[in-house]
Design a protein around this ligand. Structure first.
Ligand code: TYM
Length: 332
């Protein structure tokens, strides 16, 4: 059975983008993979996080994942900072990755913005830590949204260079799994920007904790254009907002964008948005309710995370110790 690793940052409430691009696929993959799911708090502090809020968000993210169907008893769920192997391997990878490689990372450019000098060093080496997350477990498949593709290519470059430099075949090649018609869910206010939990505008996203009224309002206000829906996916050219809403509908109804257009071709956005609202509400609101229930007893949740960290360490420790030995660190 292939081993899967994936992670999510506890930097806010997870969005419909996280759900459709990643979490929902994670749940489906659990049926025939050994899965390791990680709430990546080390990654979160690459930008400022209020300490109390970070701890609360880490718990809430774990609860949300379980509410979505992540199974912490059959698979492994934990917080990244609880397993020191990640930071140790990340340091080795900081010394393997080249500055030129990191300079090409588009996410760093986006997140650092205009004032790069003020960005943390952690934000710059963020992809090395991500590579360490995956390679610490010898995971071979990584389900992510489209925005993480470049980071996974880098994780393969790092593994190849490590293997080459130390003359070993130690870290395996990883395969990104970018699945479904909503691998890149866009902002509801701007079809050229990704839907993000850290966008300053709450109207730009649907949070997995939003209630029916909030969802209805956000979809009603979502940016569209004056034309009716096209009959064919080629009609999305220059219409990113239409493409996005149809993609969300397709993902939630288990179909394809073309299938949705077959049903709604020529329709105005008003009636389509009404149907989309019903679908989003029926898919999302049970997750919010279950998350609240799980957060009602944090002792159970904390015990699941502690247990997950012990099981994660048991897998990562021998792999990272061997990497350290290969590098030449004295093991006495
Ligand atoms: P993060 O926390 O930004 O997002 C978690 C997952 O959700 C996906 N995603 C989206 N998919 C579709 N549309 C969107 N608008 C959207 N927004 C987010 C992301 O692609 C991701 O799969 N660096 C990662 C976390 C990470 C990781 C790892 C992932 C750390 N270590 C190792 C895989 C393997 C991140 O910031 O995800």
């Amino acid at each position: 059975m292939q081993r899967i690793f994936s992670g999510i940052q506890p930097s806010g409430v997870p969005t419909l983008g996280n759900y459709l691009g990643a979490i929902r696929n994670w749940v489906a993959l659990q049926a025939d993979h050994e899965c390791i799911w990680c709430v990546v708090d080390l990654h979160a502090i690459t930008v400022w996080q209020d300490p109390a809020e970070l701890a609360r968000n880490t718990r809430e993210m774990a609860a949300t994942l379980i509410a979505c169907g992540v199974d912490p008893s059959k698979h492994v769920l934990f917080a990244q900072s609880m397993v020191s192997a990640h930071a140790r391997l990340a340091w080795i990878f900081n010394c393997v990755a080249r500055l030129g490689w990191l300079n090409r990372m588009t996410q760093f450019k986006d997140k650092a913005g205009k004032d790069r000098e003020a960005a943390s060093a952690g934000l710059y080496v963020y992809p090395n830590l991500m590579a360490a997350d995956i390679h610490a477990y010898h995971a071979t498949r990584v389900p992510v949204g489209d925005d993480q593709k470049q980071h996974l290519e880098l994780a393969n470059d790092i593994a190849e260079k490590f293997n080459h430099d130390y003359g070993v075949e130690f870290f395996p090649h990883i395969e990104p799994l970018i699945l479904g018609p909503a691998a890149r869910v866009m902002s509801l206010r701007d079809g050229s920007k990704k839907m993000s939990k850290s966008d300053p505008s709450d109207q730009s996203r649907i949070n997995l904790t939003d209630d029916a009224d909030a969802i209805a309002l956000k979809i009603r206000r979502a940016k569209t254009d004056p034309d009716p829906l096209p009959g064919d996916v080629s009609g999305f050219e220059g219409r990113p907002e239409a493409r996005n809403l149809v993609g969300i509908y397709a993902a939630l109804s288990g179909g394809t964008a073309q299938g949705v257009l077959d049903e709604f071709a020529g329709s105005q956005f008003g009636p389509f948005k009404q149907k989309l609202t019903d679908l989003v509400v029926s898919s999302i609101t049970p997750i919010g309710a279950e998350t609240s229930r799980l957060l009602g007893d944090v002792t159970v949740l904390d015990a699941a995370l502690r247990d997950g960290a012990i099981r994660a360490s048991a897998i990562a420790e021998p792999i990272v110790s061997e990497a350290e030995r290969l590098v030449g660190f004295l093991k006495v």
